[in-house]
Design a protein around this ligand. Structure first.
Ligand SMILES: Nc1ncnc2c1ncn2[C@@H]1O[C@H](COP(=O)(O)OP(=O)(O)O)[C@@H](O)[C@H]1O
Ligand SMILES: [Mg+2]
Length: 266
């Protein structure tokens, strides 16, 4: 099954607040798309709209040429994997139980030996196999974030929606996790959409960048075409320069004087 996600003119409201203002973007199989933009620019809203948790008031989303609204719940659960931003845990579960939950859309009665193998493999891939019997609430933020990634990988979705998947990770795991996400995306021909805060990680790991501002797509395209000092200045209000050695790299030098502080997301 080929999978392509097309967002066409999506307008999404929270009450009377227009959080997505006519977003159009196309996401293809085998590609990692990074969604960047300041706090409150609509990154999470876009991901949750693709997940069908939020419904566009205007516009639509297509999976290949099928309207997302036509998909059955079960189909959707198998198709899309979502890793939310900053996971709160108010309950006690062991790491392997959390990862096993990823198999839920596939399991009818009990976990099969194949399910168990997939769960173990997912834990190994993100390096949490040694934590299997620990409780989620006892882990560090970064360890927890990797467990949540193992869970979504165990689900074996075709569309991988990751909301700030590396925000709590140390430098080594930021690189390792994004390398892993990219190789799985290629290998399994997934459509991967990840919101990121780090411009340079996006330059290095993304095939496509969606740069958002105030609920709209400010620019979309290849990372080096979108993440220019001019666009970064317009969208983030910071002065940046592009360094070229040893590979393209953005150096943020200062905030731009006289601009108001960025809005905070709840
Ligand atoms: N549940 C909600 N109710 C009302 N407003 C919301 C809600 N969630 C997000 N918003 C608002 O919508 C805008 C976009 O939020 P979000 O998509 O979370 O931004 P981002 O992920 O880019 O930081 C923000 O202004 C935020 O305050
Ligand atoms: Mg967000």
């Amino acid at each position: 099954m080929a999978v392509r996600i097309s967002v066409r003119g999506a307008v999404v409201y929270y009450g009377s607040f227009r959080a997505l203002d006519g977003v159009t973007a196309e996401f293809r199989q085998g590609e990692v798309a990074a969604v960047l933009g300041p706090n409150g620019s609509g990154k999470t809203t876009l991901l949750r709209t693709i997940l069908r948790v939020l419904k566009p008031k205007e516009g639509a989303i297509y999976v290949d040429e099928r309207d997302l609204r036509e998909l059955k719940e079960g189909e959707l659960a198998k198709l899309m994997g979502y890793m939310p931003q900053g996971v709160e845990v108010g309950f006690s579960m062991r790491v392997w139980e959390v990862v096993a939950l990823g198999r839920k859309p596939h399991v009818t009665w009990a976990l099969s030996p194949r399910d168990v193998q997939i769960i173990e493999e997912a834990m190994k891939l993100v390096g949490v196999e040694r934590l299997a019997n620990r409780y989620l609430h006892e882990l560090s933020g970064g360890e927890r974030q990797r467990v949540m990634l193992a869970r979504v990988l165990a689900q074996e979705p075709k569309v991988l929606l990751l909301d700030e998947p590396v925000s709590s990770l140390d430098l080594k795991y930021q690189i390792e996790v994004l390398k892993l996400v990219r190789s799985i995306t290629r290998e399994k021909a997934l459509v991967t959409i990840a919101s990121l805060h780090d411009i340079n990680l996006a330059l290095r790991f993304a095939d496509k960048v969606v740069l958002m501002k105030d609920g709209s797509v400010y620019a979309i395209g290849r990372p080096h075409e979108v993440l220019t000092p001019e666009n970064i200045m317009e969208v983030f209000n910071v002065k940046a320069v592009l360094a070229k050695n040893p590979r393209p790299f953005i150096v943020v030098e200062d905030v731009v004087e006289g601009t108001s502080p960025m809005p905070e997301t709840p």
